[in-house]
Design a protein around this ligand. Structure first.
Ligand SMILES: C[S@@+](CC[C@H](N)C(=O)[O-])C[C@H]1O[C@@H](n2cnc3c(N)ncnc32)[C@H](O)[C@@H]1O
Length: 191
């Protein structure tokens, strides 16, 4: 089924004008970030054949870090909580996690926040894969801040710059493999 791409540009302009009328400079200041969020959202739901390049301006990068990372993190947190309640999957004292197409780390962060709640001391090794160097760098910075500020401890991470559409080999085995919001972006069969 093909989903028509709506042209909302006029309605978008009108909406922002109304927001500025109503909320003043606060709305004016947030217009760029709001547009970047919508842009990315359009990209994520469009079909691969009609999709352009990944929107990756600074504004899009800010949107990914400050909006999508936080909005998507509960997907891993909530699933881990459910699986743990049903199967006790988080009880091991050492865990190895692989995050494929990790982006800015929403799924890794969600899972790690779950694993560290209640002050657990287990050790975690996290391997993070993406083909986008900017995303991996942003992940690294955000993750370092989380560690520095005590969101999780005993966790070491390894950044792997890989394209999943090409053949690759991983030497570790894992307790968790995360693939959040990324299968729609991978064209070829993953070997
Ligand atoms: C929508 S983001 C999702 C990021 C994160 N998993 C989340 O849930 O927020 C998709 C990520 O998959 C990555 N990606 C897409 N195709 C890829 C490929 N062939 N190899 C590695 N990473 C890929 C993109 O660079 C992007 O960072």
């Amino acid at each position: 089924m093909r989903i028509e791409v709506l042209d909302l540009s006029e309605l978008e302009e009108l909406t922002f004008q109304t927001a500025i009328e109503r909320f003043g400079d606060l709305a004016r200041g947030n217009k760029k970030i709001a547009m970047a969020i919508r842009d990315l959202s359009d990209f994520y739901i469009s079909e691969p054949e009609v999709r352009g390049r990944y929107p990756n301006s600074v504004m899009h990068q800010i949107a990914r870090m400050t909006f999508f990372t936080l909005a998507d993190l509960p997907k891993a947190f909530n699933v881990a909580a459910e699986l743990d309640a049903l199967l006790g999957i988080c009880e091991k004292p050492q865990l190895k996690i692989l995050d494929l197409g990790a982006g800015y780390g929403a799924q890794s962060l969600g899972l790690l926040l779950y694993l560290s709640h209640g002050g657990s001391d287990r050790s975690v090794r996290l391997d993070v894969v993406d083909k986008d160097l900017d995303a991996l760098d942003a992940f690294d910075q955000l993750f370092a801040q989380c560690k520095k500020n005590g969101f999780f401890k005993n966790t070491e991470h390894h950044i792997l710059h890989l394209d999943l559409e090409k053949r690759f080999e991983l030497k570790e085995t894992y307790d968790f493999i995360l693939m959040g919001n990324m299968l729609c972006e991978v064209k070829a069969t993953i070997h």
